[in-house]
Design a protein around this ligand. Sequence first.
Ligand code: NDP
Ligand code: 8X3
Length: 257
Amino acid sequence: MVSMQNRVVLITGASSGIGAACARAFAPLGVKLVLAARRLSRLQALATQLEADFGVQTHVMSLDVRDRTQVEAQLQALPAEWSAIDVLVNNAGLSRGLDKLYEGNIQDWEEMIDTNIKGLLYVTRAVVPGMVQRQQGHVINIGSIAGHQTYPRGNVYCGSKAAVRAISDGLKQDLLGTPVRVSSVDPGLVETEFSEVRFHGDTDRAQAVYADTTPLTPEDIAEVVVFCATRPPHVNLSELLVLPTAQSGATLVHRQS
Ligand code: NDP
Ligand code: 8X3
């Protein structure tokens, strides 16, 4: 395991679920954490807790990845001691709705495309030039099984995650010849606020997604992300599909009540 001491790790969507778990998993390794999301109070509470538990240095950033001007300004405004980002975890993302395409809510589509594709691109475009210049860096994109298999009514969300997969591949090709690594960590079912967001706050419907099965925890994914980041420089874990044992495909989930 390569030392992460004093490495600057930027995690988008750190206010919840997988992103918050990544912050908790990196914190004991002596990194400097930049935590970004829209809900600043949550980030501040997480930062306070991680500082107390691990003595880790944190910098919280209110960021809506859909806002290109804000992304560029916020990243440019990082104080010098935080601006040399070594690891970027592109995790901010969401699904909205589970509808037939021809009945879909166009606002839902735009939110997914703006966040999962364009937001990821804006952050990547702002961060990676510095990595190339410094000849050091690692981009870890959180994709999904939905980028490998389209499931019924998943249409636009699956499309957005297929785009993340293609973008990860494209970035890897464009960075060939530099030491900058690109990994894609693609989870199956992980119990987070994801389904509550998808179903616009319908908690009963959200809970049913994880009922009578054993989904992954956000910590399961965070461990994989940290594993990717701590391989020796000549090793790139390019693409990892991480499923619960009780899941063998996008729609194949074993349930037992
Ligand atoms: P959560 O809803 O728990 O977390 C999503 C995070 O994304 C939140 O911190 C949220 O922060 C942030 N986010 C959403 N929109 C924006 C935005 N416009 N700008 C900045 N941050 C934003 O879900 P997960 O932890 O499950 O999701 C994390 C990633 O994992 C997503 O990319 C998702 O697609 C992916 N994924 C999830 C799976 C699952 O089963 N849960 C499986 C496969 C992939 P805030 O609202 O404060 O801005
Ligand atoms: C989240 C996993 O299967 O709900 O990307 O789309 S799934």
